[in-house]
Design a protein. Structure first.
Length: 82
């Protein structure tokens, strides 16, 4: 399932706040998390797990840049598909 990046802002050193549009088929229960594929290439091969900070009219995620996957994720801009 794809969704649109609404914002992706740095909030502290190596820490970002990602806001995603809620896909129509999305349902969420407390404690669940998202598995995000950060690009269409095979590097990195695995999807990245992210805890959901908040679900209201958007899906909000905080993440720390630690490796290749989150380094790619920090480059996403408003309007990008993920």
């Amino acid at each position: 399932m794809e969704t649109i990046v609404l914002s992706n802002n740095q909030v502290a050193k190596d820490t970002y706040y990602l806001k995603l549009q809620i896909p129509q088929a999305f349902s969420y229960k407390p404690g669940q998390f998202l598995m995000l594929k950060v690009n269409n290439l095979n590097e990195p091969l695995l999807r990245r797990p992210f805890s959901i900070a908040k679900v209201n009219e958007t899906i909000d995620i905080y993440y720390k840049v630690l490796g290749l996957g989150t380094n790619i994720l920090k480059s996403y801009k408003k309007g990008d598909l993920i």
